[in-house]
Write a protein that binds this ligand. Sequence first.
Ligand code: F6P
Length: 743
Amino acid sequence: MFYRITRPLKYIGLGFMVIIVLALAIAPFSKRLIEQWSRSDVEARSRLVYNAIQNPVVRAIADSDASRLSSIFESVALDERILAVGLCDEGGRLLNPTKLMPATFSCKKVARSEAESFSTIFNDGRRILVGAFPIVERNQKSYLVILTDLSFIDARSGQAQAFIVAALAGVAIAIAGVAAIFVVVMLRGWMSSLRRAIEEIRSGAISSATSHDRSAIDIQIKKLLGAIEVGQETIRSGQIDWSPGTLQELLHKILPGAEVIVISNREPYIHNHANGAISLQTPASGLVSALEPVIRACGGTWIAHGSGSADRETVGRDDKIGVPPNAPSYALRRIWISEEEQDGYYYGFSNEGLWPLCHIAFVRPQFRESDWQQYEQINERFADAVTQEARTEDPIVLVQDYHFALAPRMIRQRLPRATIVTFWHIPWPNAETFSICPWKERIIDGLLGSTILGFHTQFHCNNFFETVDRFVESRIDREQATVTSGGHETMVRAYPISIEWPPAALAGQPSVDACRSQIRQSLGCAPGIKLAVGIERFDYTKGILDRMKAVDDLLIREPTWKRRLIFVQVAAPTRSKLTSYSNLQSEALTLADDINSRHGDDSYQPIRLLIRHHEAAEVFKLFRAADVCIVSSLHDGMNLVAKEFVAARDDNNGVLVLSSFTGASRELSEALIVNPYNTQEMSKALDVALRMPGDEQQERMRLMRQQVQEWNVYRWAGRMLIDAAASRQRRRIFDISEANHMR
Ligand code: F6P
């Protein structure tokens, strides 16, 4: 702005200087010019007079009539410019001079030439022009002299000079005036812009509110900006110990009073009838184990499928129950789904369609129209439940996983101001693979109803961008990591999920030595036997058969391990209704029998397949008892089993053999990373793990524990909530500013 004022001012100053220089240059020049004009004017006038009186003068001379001559001369001298007239004879005498003929005039100084001549004399300080015109009569030459007072020329040139100076001064004054007006106008504009800028800094984009409104808005926006700052500051400082307390404090700061609603298919607490009583089960779900500590810290409502046989009996009239049962900190709202709906929505589209579509495990996805319809319907039901549970118009809704690809859009339609954070817990395939889904556009559009869409890795985010680019009309900003479709912007980010730290299941665990001996005792094997474990849902993506084959290969190549090694596979039955899952179970049983028969006998069974659900405490005990944990997923978004094994080993011992196709392998690089499709590679890694010296184990485990501790589940949730808060605050600022501009 300053530059905009000074630049024209520079030009005005320059103009001023030009005018002064002009005035100085023109002044003497104009004087000379006027003098020349005036003199030639006087000469012309004298010549005119001469021409006019020449004949009467000649006749008067011829008649020697002196009085006629005098009267001609006197009448000429009446002209106010003509001072005197006379006749100079050949002898240089002055004849018949008029009355005012100056005494200093002498005919002797008049040039005697054939033609007219002009000369200047001075009398009493005045300049006088003498014009001499030859008159010839009877061979006698005389000169008519006409004297003109030139003092009027000085007066005239003085006047002209004064006029020029006055004119230039006028121009200069005009320029100065224009400049002054310009400066005033510019300064005013500048001042008001400055005032506006200060105002904007103080109160965001609001400029036209009343002063009372403005201070209220000031406070509001300052708070919003402050909250964003707090969140970003928190995330910038890498030194934070992320815990439930940190998360609560953060929520309090960045989302004060915000309502949190979670939706997922699997519920965190399942009530079942067992042996004539009601038992409580916590499911073997990575999603549940990650999210439960978060919602415990935040409070709110978790909406999930009530799948337990005693679930209906344990809820209130509003289908809700306070959980955890021993110290309720949030509400579990159960949604009822019929068996037919479950077949279409859960088993059908979710687990026979999307699950194999997103995991590269070479199981063909099944797409059935009826499954899709059930999927849509259940997504609607959950979206309705969110609306029923929401006490505010802008809750934070955390949508979990591939069961609810359509829900974000449906919730957005019902609660346009909600902050919807969707997390996709499984991988996202490349566009080519995803293109086989008949409802691909609907799924993408559904997810783009989210405010934030999270994946475990950047690789999956990139696949998602590529898919959106191929199939949906949208604007993708890869630098900002956003997709804008139908005027709505979705942030797409990588948030690697994790586990709580320290894990609740670790509390009350016996020492590692005690766990080792107790587990070996329960397995009926010698205290010194090496134990490798695998623990997960019985899912074909987990590579259970592949790791059993690796154990087999090791026992073939290194028979010295016989009777010195046991591999325990804990597999929680899951989705058993589906052929791909039931087939896997029978294949695994057959393979285990085969390996056991080839390498074992009645007293030694190298493979122990335990097909049942294990509660977290049992799982942790097994982890602590193990020498090696094998996670050989063929494809996995993250895999929390790997992180749980690390978390369980507070003695820093134990070796993790980890598939390179898990998201976890990006973080746990001190594990022995393997390709589960390569049986020999995996068996060699198992051998290395079993022989690994204690100090190397400790070194590796310490680093992995540090990683999981720092990047725990509170950090995962915290990062998403910080981004959600920032987006929410930005929207609020925008709304306030919009409303203000509408006034
Ligand atoms: O891996 C994604 C995931 O949602 C896990 O979080 C969870 O363990 C599993 O899939 C779902 O299992 P289920 O179908 O038994 O709920």
